[in-house]
Design a protein around this ligand. Structure first.
Ligand code: SF4
Length: 527
């Protein structure tokens, strides 16, 4: 009897890893910054599909529009037309700390009276609870790590503003947000690529490990751009200038770009997420100066050298398995062919209520090309195995379509550990490779042979072997201390939990003597 594997009860057919967000910022006076941001977010849609938003400033006032859904759902000509200004930031979200709700959609905005600021975050903090405890934050007061950072910045700005107003040169207009960043950023741990703005300036920050990407671009006719990935620069006609360095803060104002090192040298340790190369980043992205597509083809070539097999056709699992399949075919000399057709119009998550429907769910996404498959020994190349809930019915489909042998080749090593840096991999108990040996996984998936690329070959394939990578989900070797357990709801409290010492003013909202968390949420609900 084949070993059983864990399943994700919420998304039984959705075996993909989830990104943590895409961020974008542009300062280009005289240009349609909201439309540029819209196009940039569109190019970053793959990094988060739960919500989208942007903040636009006309140098005096910031306007924020955000909502649940895809970029194309949240914005249209009617919502973009009134968003005129000189600078803007934007965000597409997948939630890793804080649930998928309107309240947690970004950019997060804070109105501080005479000034305001907006913040978009890609990544996940690892010391969220300690930071919240440090400022005496009650559970449920802020619901995401990004919201907490905004709170820390707000508190710092309030203090500095009070000092400025009583100082000798009260007429000076200091960069309060920039100053707050210099004090708050060193307190943060984990993964963060931020874009921020006040009424006049755009800011970009990468954590000292540079877990998540962030790059700088320039528009021909003036203006500067920040984006998670370089294709977001391409779509608006901006030129790639450089990647933001790990631990670097850039401030973009009327005078251009200023770079400020924020972290002490002993905290700088470049560890770009290796999975950006394997799966997350767009193939047309440049990371560490290397083409992501080229790296994926090279992964397939090295995999063919590492784990050769006799077969009639090499095929990839669309979309992210295709470049590695191309490389495998090239290196092995086995003809490349198309074996699966992807439904281009299906949403990310297909809800499948029963076991029988789950197999159909995979078929909704991918359907075999029988004429290409029947009677053939197949090498099937995919980018990763997380829970195995996609690959198992896929292999059955290929055999039903007439494949005589199925040899599975994976262009990443076995995923055995959770990610705390902004990727929703799931708990260890859900990860197939954390629970089963390679031979047990082979038997569970029902393939004739199975091989994962080795970690050293994967790093070599990036073309940037010495640049520094996080490999923790493969090795368990986390570059920074990580918290125990699941962090997604670290700032949440269950509905109905009693919260002692809650704000007295809320007591009138409910009949009970001790107000519930639900009452606190009512008081915060957007109107
Ligand atoms: Fe990327 Fe894995 Fe590191 Fe997370 S643990 S940042 S997914 S390499």
């Amino acid at each position: 009897m084949p070993p059983s594997a864990p399943e994700d009860p919420e998304h039984p057919t959705d075996d993909t890893l989830k990104e943590a967000c895409g961020v974008f910022g542009v300062r280009a006076p005289g240009q349609p910054v909201a439309h540029l941001t819209y196009l940039g977010l569109y190019a970053l849609q793959h990094r988060g599909q739960e919500s989208a938003g942007m903040a636009v400033s006309d140098l005096e006032e910031i306007t924020v529009v955000k909502d649940m859904g895809l970029v194309s759902t949240v914005f249209d000509e009617r919502t973009l037309a009134p968003l005129t200004g000189d600078l803007a930031i934007g965000h597409t979200r997948y939630s890793t700390t804080g649930n998928s709700t309107w309240r947690n959609a970004q950019p997060v905005y804070r109105d501080l009276g005479t000034m305001g600021f907006a913040l978009g975050h890609n990544g996940n903090l690892t010391n969220t609870r300690a930071l919240a405890d440090g400022i005496g934050m009650l559970p449920g007061t802020v619901a995401s790590d990004t919201d907490l950072v905004a709170e820390l910045l707000s508190l710092d700005i309030e203090v500095s503003r009070a000092e400025v107003s009583t100082g000798a040169d009260a007429s000076a207009v200091p960069d309060l947000l920039g100053s707050a960043l210099l004090r708050v950023l060193p307190r943060l741990e984990g993964a963060f690529s931020f874009v921020l703005m006040d009424e006049q300036r755009i800011y970009g920050v990468r954590d000292p490990n540079g877990f998540r990407p962030l790059c700088l671009g320039r528009l021909d006719n003036g203006g500067w751009v920040l984006a998670s990935e370089s294709p977001a620069l391409d779509v608006i006609g901006a030129h790639f200038v450089r990647e933001i360095d790990p631990g670097e803060l850039v401030v973009i104002d009327a005078d251009g770009v200023t770079s400020i090192p924020v972290f002490p040298a002993d905290r700088l340790n470049p560890k770009l997420c290796l999975f950006e190369f394997v799966y997350f980043a767009r193939p047309d992205s440049q990371l560490y100066g290397q083409s992501v597509h080229h790296a994926r083809v090279r992964m397939g070539e090295l995999l063919a050298e590492q784990a050769p097999v006799s077969a009639d056709m090499v095929m990839g699992v669309p979309e992210s398995g295709l470049p590695a399949a191309e490389g495998f075919a090239r290196a092995s000399g086995i003809p490349y062919g198309q074996g699966l057709v992807k439904n281009r119009y299906i949403g990310r998550t297909f809800i499948a209520p029963s076991q029988a429907m789950r197999a159909l769910g995979v078929r909704m996404k991918l359907n075999p090309l029988r004429d290409n498959i029947a009677g053939k020994r197949l090498v099937v190349v995919d980018d990763s195995i997380v829970r195995g809930t996609t690959q198992r019915p896929l292999v059955s489909m290929l055999r039903e379509a007439g494949a005589t042998e199925v040899h599975l080749r994976i262009s990443s090593p076995p995923v055995k550990h959770s990610c705390y840096y902004g990727i929703d991999i799931g708990n260890r108990s859900e990860l197939l490779a954390a629970n089963l040996s390679v031979e047990e996984i082979r038997a569970y998936l029902g393939v004739d042979s199975l091989a994962f690329i080795t970690l050293d070959r994967l790093v070599e394939a990036t073309g940037a072997a010495g640049a520094g990578f996080c490999t923790a989900c493969f090795t368990g070797d986390y570059p920074t201390p990580v918290p125990d357990g699941d962090t997604k709801a670290v700032l949440e409290v269950e509905s109905g939990d009693q919260v002692p010492n809650l704000l007295e003013g809320l007591a009138g909202l409910v009949d009970n003597d001790v107000p519930t968390v639900e009452a606190l949420r009512i008081s915060n609900r957007p109107t």
